[in-house]
Design a protein around this ligand. Sequence first.
Ligand SMILES: Cc1cc2nc3c(=O)[nH]c(=O)nc-3n(C[C@H](O)[C@H](O)[C@H](O)COP(=O)(O)OP(=O)(O)OC[C@H]3O[C@@H](n4cnc5c(N)ncnc54)[C@H](O)[C@@H]3O)c2cc1C
Length: 234
Amino acid sequence: YIEHVAMRLDGEDVDLQVEGSIAKYFATEAGDAAANDAIQAFGGYGYTREYEVEKIKRDVKILTIYEGTSEIQLSIISLFRMRETVRSKGGYYEGMAAELRDIPVDCGGDVLAEALRVTNSLVIGVRKAKLAKSQYTMFLLGDMITWCEVAHSLCLKAAGDQASSGRSVEFLRASARLFAREAAEKVYVNALKVIHGSDSGSPIDVPELTQLDPGRIMHGMFSDMHLIAYELRR
Ligand SMILES: Cc1cc2nc3c(=O)[nH]c(=O)nc-3n(C[C@H](O)[C@H](O)[C@H](O)COP(=O)(O)OP(=O)(O)OC[C@H]3O[C@@H](n4cnc5c(N)ncnc54)[C@H](O)[C@@H]3O)c2cc1C
């Protein structure tokens, strides 16, 4: 995602402030989670000073705090994408979903397109139900928007037929499928929380959510994980 946004910045694109927030939020939280997993993988040694992963965890944590905390990034992402969705009458995420129609079928685009349509409808529904003042609701939206937009970049990258960053095309496509599933899972759960958990007077109608069948989305997940693990071990 960062490469994708950097290339847009090097080109003619302007006004990429929200993309900056998405990149900062996603990369720093991913780094923090990876450092945490590294401690766990080392077991007791991971917790001690000797093996350095505990230092990496301490050092990486500050990245989610300075230069705009994760919560501030989520506020920016959800508010500005809501404005864009309303301004474009839903065209912003419809356009993103449409781009995925033209890529090879094994890049996770079909799953992600469904997740993007749910996101679109939910963002519009939240605004109509006047829930934009609920910070927790906006954080849930910001989170799913981030996952969807990062997954969108990865699907497009995997659609290229060239190995990249030392990884095979199969690896990139399996990663894109896995990440599209994760984005769809996040969209599904966050949408349920907003629709059923909010005490908004007016119901939020998201008909696209019934299309997002979690069982179907998870199909093939373990073989993709095996493929990725196999290439990482080589
Ligand atoms: C090692 C280090 C180096 C730093 N270097 C610099 C520097 O070079 N230049 C500089 O200017 N600053 C620097 N800072 C300060 C840094 O930018 C702030 O710590 C950071 O912006 C968070 O502000 P705060 O500490 O006041 O926390 P707070 O603003 O009090 O935040 C505490 C928590 O509340 C949340 N929160 C705050 N406001 C809201 C809101 N409106 N809605 C929802 N949640 C909210 C935050 O997300 C956070 O989780 C540095 C800090 C550290 C620790």
